[in-house]
Write a protein that binds this ligand. Structure first.
Ligand code: V47
Ligand code: SF4
Length: 393
């Protein structure tokens, strides 16, 4: 047998150069990002992404306690990846909450240590600007310290257009009513070639970015997502990341990037095979390496499973979404790993600690609420993190 094995990087000078850039904290360009998607091995991506992650946060791993409020699971739009869009044909089988219904849900969390409500759902005409002003101000009147992270440019674009008000005016009204930050939803894939096919009719990529820009200019913070693993190419993913990185250079208003893996249950793209775990980890890693101006990369654990969330912490992720009752239906209907996605704080803290990281409970704006590094739970006393191997004499 000939011994012609050469270490990976020596075989590929370009990968060596890109790695050198990452280790010297220099930005990689779009061609380099596509090259990483096409050529880099999983271990190399892990090393590079972990370098960036640890330079920013060391072992710190964030989570917060939030709950979801979904005004409706029916939607006017017909995004081909979404399991809600099919419900418009059978509207009576869905729910359409009134303001009172939603306040009852908010009140059901009274006395529970949640810090954030994440409001997201389908788009329907009755949910107009005045409706959401009413909802946000009612939440704030009831529980002023609850952070309202609500709606996406998809809803804002629709309602402001219908109500004939500009984005600037509309976002100002929302802020006055109690809106605290914007979640990352509705971004999907910005490139029109793909967006028109999977999310035709709803706000364009430019409109999505413009609403976030206006919000940032008003001093607000927001998140961004990317829906991957369907009909997009690596170039489309990099184009999406590029537009986010450019806007972040301009405003600095994004906090967190959340890659969302396409799930194929009960939607118009059910014929597509979902991408596998390796692709998920590669995508987290390249997002972490490319988005050098984003502080955080988040894994949405109910979507990808607890084990993959744990692995993602070695591939650039420093934040795992949500604890206690994670009540969103948008993923469970699309075939997410966790059909009943609830995890106690203790479970989530242990999930993070068992892969050697340091759990930090945060609020929405990443202020530390509690450092759980030293906390000892009952279950830990019996738990042995590694298998004890027999000692050889
Ligand atoms: O925009 C819909 C996605 C998003 C499917 O900001 C699907 O903290 C996969 O953006 N397969 C809404 N994804 C949720 C969202 C989010 C989630 C967690 C945290 C934050 C945050 C934001 O859900 C939609 C769409 O991209 N989605 N259907 C599906 N079949
Ligand atoms: Fe409606 Fe959003 Fe689903 Fe598109 S992704 S159909 S806008 S709920």
């Amino acid at each position: 047998m000939s011994n012609n094995y050469q270490p990976h990087l020596e075989n590929d000078k370009r990968l060596a150069q890109i790695s050198q850039k990452v280790f010297s904290s220099n930005r990689i360009d779009n061609e380099e990002a596509v090259y990483l998607f096409e050529k880099a091995s999983l271990p190399l991506l892990g090393i590079l992404a972990n370098f960036v992650r640890e330079a920013k946060h060391g072992d710190l791993t964030y989570f917060n306690r939030n709950f979801h409020l979904e005004p409706t699971n029916v939607c006017l739009y017909t995004c081909t990846f979404c399991s809600y869009s099919r419900l418009i044909k059978k509207r009576s089988e869905g729910w359409e909450y009134t303001l009172e219904d939603m306040m009852d849900i908010v009140k059901s969390y009274d006395g529970k240590p949640v810090t954030e409500v994440h409001i997201v759902g389908g788009v329907l005409p009755q949910y107009d600007t005045a409706f959401y002003q009413g909802l946000f101000s009612a939440i704030k009147a009831h529980r002023p310290d609850l952070h309202v992270k609500a709606l996406t440019p998809v809803e804002y674009h629709y309602m402001f257009k219908k109500d004939k008000i500009s984005y600037e005016e509309g976002m100002k009204l929302m802020k006055e009513a109690g809106l605290d930050s914007l979640p990352g939803g509705g971004a999907e894939i910005f490139h029109p070639e793909i967006r028109d096919k999977i999310a035709g009719g709803k706000c364009s990529g430019d409109q999505w970015l413009r609403i976030h820009e206006i919000w940032h200019e008003m001093g607000g913070k927001s998140n961004a997502t990317m829906l991957y693993g369907h009909i997009e190419t690596y170039e489309h993913r990099v184009h999406h990341l590029d537009l986010l990185r450019q806007l972040q250079d301009k405003t600095g208003g994004f906090q967190t990037f959340i890659p969302l893996k396409f799930r194929n249950k009960d939607n118009e793209m059910s014929h597509l095979t979902e991408v596998n775990l390796v692709e998920d980890l590669r995508n987290y890693a390249i997002s972490r390496i490319y988005l050098d101006n984003f502080d955080h990369i988040k894994a949405y654990w109910p979507m990808i499973s607890r084990e993959v969330a744990q692995m993602s912490l070695s591939f650039g992720v420093d934040d795992v979404d949500g604890t206690i009752d994670d009540t969103t239906k948008i993923y469970t209907m699309a075939g997410a790993e966790e059909q009943n996605p609830a995890m106690s704080t203790e479970d989530l803290v242990n999930l993070i600690r068992r892969v050697g990281r340091r759990p930090i409970e945060r609020d929405t704006l990443y202020n530390t609420i509690k450092d759980y590094s030293e906390e000892v739970f009952e279950a830990d006393i019996a738990f042995k993190p590694y298998i004890e191997l027999p000692v050889m004499n």
